[in-house]
Design a protein around this ligand. Structure first.
Ligand SMILES: Cc1cc2nc3c(=O)[nH]c(=O)nc-3n(C[C@H](O)[C@H](O)[C@H](O)COP(=O)(O)OP(=O)(O)OC[C@H]3O[C@@H](n4cnc5c(N)ncnc54)[C@H](O)[C@@H]3O)c2cc1C
Length: 605
């Protein structure tokens, strides 16, 4: 049984609870490192075989050989003198060890295939998108461009991501001599079923009905503090596999949480972190690829449906985001039970924040949400390359979906907008919602363009402005005719939300819900469930606010509402300013009207 990186440097420089060093001089590394205090690696020989058989022969014949793949774990270990191999056997020149191919049943990935190649592979995205998603959240770009799937599996770090994916998918590890089911491969903390002279040559994962991976990252290393991979195989059950930061509990075959026929378990083997992640992954499953229709179709039961609340982004006068303040706003939304959070929308003043501050806001929001509610991040930007970078960053930070508006200074043509959306959608595995907001972008989407964009596999929804003629039902019918059944149509424009939802709109992208989620949620639920009287009653209580939104812009009024609620949001970004005193007082009165809303619906009284 192989234990490749017993002294992994990242988590346990000289671990007190690891098996103690034996009598061999090479096994007293921790003590020697302290005594010598040097930083150079121990000397070793280097071999670069040209064939798998040659590499295996070197493993068999040499003293203390060690395979070198991406070096992302091995090299730091050597640099810290935590390992002292006799010879490094570099796998980089062996042909055929790297690459991805579709098989009849799924995908075969060569052992030397980099994480970035898996994340960006069209083949993996088409057949096992959850694995591409998993690979895209490993470490940072440097790690993803060097680290390999074979190295990660052989290392079996309890906080690594791939082992959970392989277990959840029911994958197989192919070595130079045999096939090992993932269930039998991971035998303990940094331990695998590999023989001392055995090497991984490839990995096979089957196509599954749907699957998803979610992890809570260590903010520094980005290893999983807790992570859950859930897959639904052909049999319909849900085998759940967890990897987690509790190294003593999660390193071996007990990563597997067990098969279950319903949703992920509320408690997972008594491990609260894993159970929390299991709960967080539910919405991930909803956005997993459902390929029943032959081509990827996003099945959205949570994302882009119901109430999406758009918080302000608290910031100082220089545009530095107040991450604590943002955390407070997010926590209120999570506690209220909104269906999703729309970060950095127009209400979140994305157009007034530089990319670094947008990144800070996304990271802070993802941390505050902690997987409890889907986080939808707006990634609109003037340049396509900027929007792509923002999309990748949001995905990496843990966003569940994206919103994209066609921002521009020079008016855009339909062809330019189509290219922009294709490019951004192609850079991410996340589902994307078209942010149709002509009031701010000055671009009007034609129905033909919406239909064209809706055919892109991960463009899953559109956020529409209220129709000029007020005919939501007519517009919805036309859009539904021209797009696929899974494509969700929702509305913004708070004062028309009740009518839009009652007409069949599937989501309310709500400004006011960013600060007043509870009455907004009540309106949404009543309208979506067809309780017309109650929806109209709540909407009537909102009327004074709607009037102020229309007269002064919803963004300015939101800052006044935040003041009334003593919420820390700072000021509107200059040159935007505050409303005058009369309007500010009117906001207080409007909130009084809303607070006087009866608890029960008219029909229930
Ligand atoms: C800063 C940082 C952050 C990271 N974050 C994450 C993260 O978030 N999630 C995550 O999962 N991982 C993370 N990693 C680890 C990363 O994914 C590594 O790529 C991985 O652990 C090892 O892969 P490698 O190709 O670099 O292997 P190497 O470091 O070259 O080798 C690792 C071990 O595997 C053995 N080995 C390599 N290839 C084979 C083979 N084909 N057959 C048998 N044995 C083999 C080696 O002998 C060695 O013992 C991170 C690493 C760093 C440095």
């Amino acid at each position: 049984m192989r234990s490749p990186m017993r002294w992994a440097p990242r988590a346990f420089p000289c671990p007190p609870r690891r098996p103690r060093c034996g009598p061999s001089p090479r096994r007293t590394r921790c003590a020697r490192r302290r005594n010598e205090g040097g930083h150079a690696m121990y000397a070793f020989d280097y071999q670069r075989p040209a064939a798998i058989a040659d590499a295996v022969a070197l493993l068999r014949d040499l003293e203390e050989p060690k395979l070198l793949a991406g070096g992302q774990t091995l090299l730091p270990t050597l640099k810290q003198r935590l390992a002292q191999p006799g010879t490094l056997v570099d796998l980089s020149r062996i042909p055929g060890l790297s690459g991805i191919e579709a098989t009849g049943e799924g995908v075969r990935i060569g052992a030397m295939t980099r994480h970035a190649a898996v994340a960006n592979s069209d083949t993996v995205r088409a057949i096992v998108p959850s694995l591409a998603e998993l690979a895209s959240v490993i470490g940072d770009p440097a790690v993803r461009n060097r680290g390999t799937i074979g190295g990660s599996l052989a290392n079996n770090d309890p906080t690594a991501d791939y082992p959970a994916g392989l277990l959840g998918l029911g994958g197989t590890i192919l070595t130079d001599r045999r096939h090992i089911a993932a269930d039998d491969f991971f035998t303990g903390l940094f331990e695998t079923a590999l023989e001392e002279d055995e090497m991984i040559v490839a990995v096979e994962v089957p196509r599954v009905a749907r699957a998803a991976y979610r992890k809570f990252r260590n903010p520094a290393s980005r290893y999983a503090m807790a992570g859950v991979f859930v897959a639904q195989g052909a049999g319909g059950g849900l085998p759940c596999a967890a990897c987690q930061g509790d190294a003593e509990a999660g390193g071996g075959s007990d990563r597997r949480l067990g098969a279950c026929s319903g949703p992920p378990p509320a408690t997972a083997g008594g491990r609260p972190a894993a159970a929390q992640a299991a709960a967080g992954v539910r919405y991930g499953l909803d956005c997993a690829c459902d390929r029943a229709g032959g081509r990827p179709e996003w099945a959205m039961t949570a994302l882009f449906h119901g109430l999406s609340a758009f918080p302000l982004t608290p910031a100082d006068d220089e545009g530095i985001v107040d991450t604590d303040g943002l955390g407070i706003l997010i926590q209120r939304l999570v506690e209220a039970g909104v269906d999703s959070i729309g970060l950095l929308g127009s209400t979140g003043t994305y157009a007034y924040l530089d990319p670094a501050q947008r990144g800070r806001a996304v990271a802070a929001a993802a941390e505050a949400v902690a997987g409890r509610v889907p986080l939808i991040v707006s990634v609109g930007a003037m340049r396509t390359s900027w929007a792509k970078a923002l999309a990748r960053e949001a995905e990496h930070a843990g966003a569940a979906g994206l919103l994209l508006a066609p921002l521009s200074y020079t008016p855009l043509t339909e062809g330019e907008v189509a290219r922009h959306f294709r490019a951004v959608a192609g850079t991410t595995a996340l589902p994307l919602c078209i942010y149709n907001n002509p009031g701010t972008t000055h671009f009007t989407f034609s129905r033909a363009l919406i239909a064209e964009l809706a055919a892109i596999p991960n463009i899953a929804a559109i956020k529409m402005p209220l129709p000029a003629d007020g005919d939501c039902a007519g517009e919805l019918a036309a859009l539904k005719r021209e797009t696929s059944p899974g494509f969700a149509v929702g509305y913004s424009g708070d004062w028309g939300a009740a009518a839009a939802l009652l007409a069949g709109g599937q989501a309310w992208y709500s400004v006011v819900a960013g600060l007043l989620p509870k009455p907004a949620l009540r309106l949404t639920r009543a309208a979506l469930e067809g309780r017309v009287d109650e929806a109209e009653m709540v909407n009537a209580a909102f009327q004074p606010l709607w009037g102020l939104f229309r007269a002064h812009s919803s963004l300015r009024i939101m800052y006044e509402i935040a003041d009334c609620l003593s919420l820390p949001v700072g000021h509107p970004p200059a040159p935007l300013g505050r409303v005058d005193k009369t309007a500010a007082n009117a906001v207080g009165h409007a909130l009084d009207t809303l607070m006087a809303l009866p608890e029960t619906a008219p029909s229930a009284r």
